[in-house]
Design a protein around this ligand. Structure first.
Ligand code: F42
Length: 343
């Protein structure tokens, strides 16, 4: 029986989420998620990199300590965890959380794969095949599938999933954005500037229409780098630590879209590779912070969030660093942005 994929709660109205990077304990992460729930955030996404704490153990603790907020990995990939493992993980999370899980899935961070000797082969094919296997398993089906990236023979979950968990695709490149629009319930676009969403939404729309959907069937998530504080200088200093890594990892086409020189970016990249973080952070310009994050006072951040919504964004995730002091930044975002935009 094909479970109709439930719309996430609050579908149709603008939603707000936070990104948690488990560089500190699962207990710390859960405390922040409890705060976010109390402040009216709708979703919490835990990043997935091998060298941080376990995404799924962190999510399980968050699920146990929260009641309403939806939660999921933002984003796992099908190279380090087989699609059947991902199906079991997210179905288990959905059971623990009482039907609040979401699955954020992407092609994975090439840089971290290199250190593991894993090749990110045919990412579009890998994502497409992974999503169809995961969805079939979540429907309780016995799955046999001969793909170019994955093959399964009689795979089946031996527990009944609560429902077909919504799947969000993490995407930045044009083909991945189109694929996300085609197969995803939502798209997590790793970007913070309205210009990026002009670019992203045209590809997401193309993909959605290819699947006989319209853009309104897809939750368009701005997965931002965010830094809010009443003191704009403090907000800037917190943001540039994250923006340094964004600029260093940016493909030349994206740098060009933002008017950032490839040589400036490669200088930051070489500082980071050498571990000279001080020089790297000092080399981050105001323009880079402006282009690759939402940073500033509550009023400045509010107007930038409004610009994203005007471009067709339906969901804003406040990504790291969130602010110089995270708990204070969550409260500021709640009081100055959620309450004003949600009325
Ligand atoms: N990555 C992580 O590892 N962990 C995280 O926690 C994480 C969080 C996250 C959140 C939001 C988000 O948007 C991305 C996030 N990422 C995270 C990064 C993500 O995993 C990817 O690294 C990132 O999105 C960049 O991927 P991309 O969307 O640009 O796609 C890549 C693969 C790309 O190169 N795409 C191109 C494109 O046009 O989209 C080309 C695709 C391609 O290779 N096509 C080939 C071809 O021939 O056309 C292959 C075709 C085939 O068959 O696959």
């Amino acid at each position: 029986m094909h479970l109709a994929r439930p719309r996430p709660a609050g579908w149709g109205m603008v939603r707000f989420g936070i990104e948690l990077v488990p560089t500190s304990s699962a207990k710390d992460m859960a405390e922040l998620a409890v705060l976010a729930e109390r402040y009216g955030f709708d979703t919490v996404w835990v990043t997935d990199h091998y060298n941080n704490r376990s995404t799924y153990q962190t999510l399980a603790l968050i699920a146990a300590q929260t009641e309403r907020i939806e939660l999921g990995p933002g984003v796992s990939n099908p190279y380090l965890r087989h699609p059947a493992i991902l199906a079991s993980e997210v179905a288990s999370l959905d059971e623990i959380s009482g039907g609040r899980a979401m699955l954020g899935l992407g092609p994975g961070d090439k840089m971290t794969f290199d250190s593991l000797g894993v090749e990110r082969k045919r990412p579009l094919t890998a994502l497409r095949e992974a999503v169809s296997i995961i969805r079939a398993l979540l429907r309780g089906e016995v799955v046999s599938f001969e793909g170019r990236m994955f093959s399964v023979a009689g795979a089946v979950l031996r527990f009944k999933p609560v429902r077909e968990v919504p799947i969000y695709i993490g995407a930045q490149g044009p083909k991945m954005l189109a694929l996300a629009g085609e197969i995803g319930d939502g798209v997590l676009v790793n970007a913070s500037h309205p210009r990026d969403f002009e670019f992203a939404i045209q590809h997401i729309r193309e993909g959605a229409e290819k699947a006989g959907k319209s853009l309104s069937d897809v939750d368009v998530v701005a997965y931002t780098a965010f830094s809010i504080d009443e003191d704009p200088t403090k907000a800037f200093k917190a943001a540039r630590k994250v923006v340094a890594f964004i600029v260093a990892g940016c493909p030349p086409s994206v740098l060009e879209r933002h008017g950032i020189g490839v040589e400036e970016a490669s200088q930051i990249s070489s500082f980071l590779t050498k571990g000279d973080f001080k020089s790297a952070f000092k080399s981050v310009s105001e323009q880079m912070v402006e282009e690759f994050s939402i940073t500033g006072t509550p009023a400045e951040c509010l107007s930038k969030v409004e610009e994203l919504l005007a471009k067709g964004v339906t969901h804003v995730v406040v990504g790291s660093p969130i602010g110089p002091k995270i708990d204070k930044a969550l409260k500021l975002f709640s009081d100055e942005i959620i309450s004003r935009l949600r009325g």
